[in-house]
Design a protein around this ligand. Structure first.
Ligand SMILES: Cc1cc2nc3c(=O)[nH]c(=O)nc-3n(C[C@H](O)[C@H](O)[C@H](O)COP(=O)(O)OP(=O)(O)OC[C@H]3O[C@@H](n4cnc5c(N)ncnc54)[C@H](O)[C@@H]3O)c2cc1C
Length: 438
């Protein structure tokens, strides 16, 4: 395949150069993967008038292994896309986080901030992801379901990505565009095919979850258990119980790779053991389990970089954007999608190819500005709680100090106002002090 340099015409947003119809690309931008990162990217690109092809290997509605919980950060991202988050529309609201550990139980309401709403949400990913994909379509993105991207199309000389090879029920074909986005999740085959691997020096979590019929299904707090024991070792991670509002609870647990137990834990057995200690009336028994126990990885703290490489841009889990402090990934997938879409929109409106390139190359910087310091602090946190003695000390110390836990909630959920009160300034200061990751 050779790179062509056709005469300049207008993009579909009327703003800049594009190849002419005869040698036309299939779109201005191809987004691979219609999870929260891909659908949000496609939504903002389409809104800006760009021609977007969103390729998704599954068909909606489809399952995604997840806790189904959204903090106020996630709520904000949904609201920004014009999605109605009212209870009449099937959303289950929560007031905050209930933390259980060291023999204590604390209810911590979400902080009152001007930057974020004071409530979180729960919604099955079967619904949420379909809703986001349809929203992208409504904005004008062309969503193709049942299309699996199998690899990049690369310019012969430069090696730059020019499109993707994909297969569907009718066979294989390639699609071309000026810019390609990998939003294909944790394993991001497309990034790997371009030579971008996971980084061993960045945190990774593994989590499992399932659903039980339970009277706790309408809990108005997200619940988090800090006491996960492996014999007499306290493990770095937590268990969760999130009421789905439909008669079931999403129950799961996650561990971090900074502990010795990470690679040699039977997660299913750990989940069963943890649940065996719960009150019988909550109903977390085999007889009430409605789904298989499923697990997946949580790529944290930018564990795949660079986020821009040879025409390919990474969003969400593909770029390892899960928050290392709390394992939340949906909000970061959506936020990175928005940052990415705004970058691409500006880049494709530039008159010269070199200018477009310069703007695209600014995407990693924009991500770093948004999360770099915070994720660096998260890496230190993850390393510290990987030591069982430290984890035990921190849990016991913090659980008997509600004010400290309220501060911890702001830090762990990344919920502050710029300026803000003392605790906001402390969290923001910590993120600024931590060096931006390389
Ligand atoms: C057990 C567990 C619990 C979790 N709980 C929470 C939680 O409660 N709250 C929270 O905020 N986060 C949670 N997370 C993290 C969250 O699920 C992810 O961070 C989030 O889904 C990332 O979104 P994404 O769009 O980047 O990737 P994904 O959601 O993985 O979407 C990727 C999409 O790409 C598609 N795709 C993949 N390969 C191809 C291909 N080759 N061609 C075409 N399409 C492709 C996939 O089908 C999928 O639709 C949890 C994760 C796990 C594992």
């Amino acid at each position: 395949m050779t790179e062509h340099t056709p005469p300049v015409t207008q993009t579909s947003n009327g703003a800049g150069p594009r190849r002419p119809a005869a040698e036309a690309d299939d779109a201005d931008v191809i987004v691979v993967g219609a999870g929260p990162a891909g659908s949000t990217t496609a939504y903002y690109l389409a809104q800006a008038g760009l021609d977007v092809l969103l390729l998704e290997k599954t068909r909606f509605p489809r399952e995604k292994v997840c806790g189904d919980g959204l903090t106020p950060r996630g709520v904000k991202a949904l609201v920004a896309m014009g999605i109605s988050v009212s209870e009449q529309d099937g959303w289950v609201r929560n007031k905050g986080l209930r933390v259980i550990g060291a023999g204590k139980r604390l209810e911590l309401p979400w902080p009152e901030l001007s930057s974020y709403p004071g409530y979180g949400l729960v919604r099955p990913r079967t619904d949420l992801d379909q809703m986001l994909a349809r929203r992208a379509e409504q904005a004008g993105a062309r969503l193709l379901e049942g299309v699996t991207v199998t690899g990049p199309v690369r310019h012969e000389r430069s090696g730059r990505i020019a499109g993707v090879v994909a297969k569907d029920a009718n066979g294989e074909r390639s699609y071309r565009a000026r810019v390609i986005v990998a939003a294909d999740g944790n394993s991001s085959r497309l990034s790997v095919a371009m030579g971008l691997r996971k980084r061993d020096d960045r945190p990774l979590g593994v989590a499992v979850r399932t659903y039980y019929q339970s009277p706790r299904h309408d809990d108005d707090y997200l619940e988090s258990w800090l006491d996960l024991w492996d014999g007499d070792r306290l493990l770095p991670g937590y268990g969760w119980i999130f009421g789905m509002g439909d008669g079931t609870s999403n129950v799961g647990l996650g561990l971090l790779n900074t502990s010795a137990a990470f690679g040699n834990t039977d997660y299913h057995a750990l989940l069963r053991k943890w649940l065996a200690g719960m009150p019988a009336e909550w109903g977390f028994t085999e007889a009430n389990r409605t789904q298989p126990i499923r697990g997946a990885a949580l790529p944290m703290g930018f564990n795949r970089t660079p986020h821009y490489y040879q025409g390919l841009l990474l969003a969400g889990d593909a770029g390892g954007m899960v928050n290392p402090f709390n394992g939340e990934g949906i909000a970061y997938a959506m936020e990175s999608g928005e940052i990415l879409a705004r970058t691409i929109t500006q880049a494709l409106a530039r008159a010269r190819r070199s200018e477009t390139e310069r703007v695209l190359a600014g995407y990693p910087r924009a991500l770093s500005d948004a999360y770099g310091g915070y994720y660096s602090a998260g890496r230190v946190f993850v390393k510290a709680i990987g030591q069982p003695a430290l984890m035990r000390f921190a849990t016991q110390h913090a659980m008997s100090r509600p004010a400290l836990m309220r501060f911890a909630l702001k830090l762990l959920a990344n919920l502050t106002d710029p300026g803000g009160d003392m605790s906001d300034r402390l969290v923001n200061g910590l993120s600024k002090l931590a060096p931006n990751p390389k």
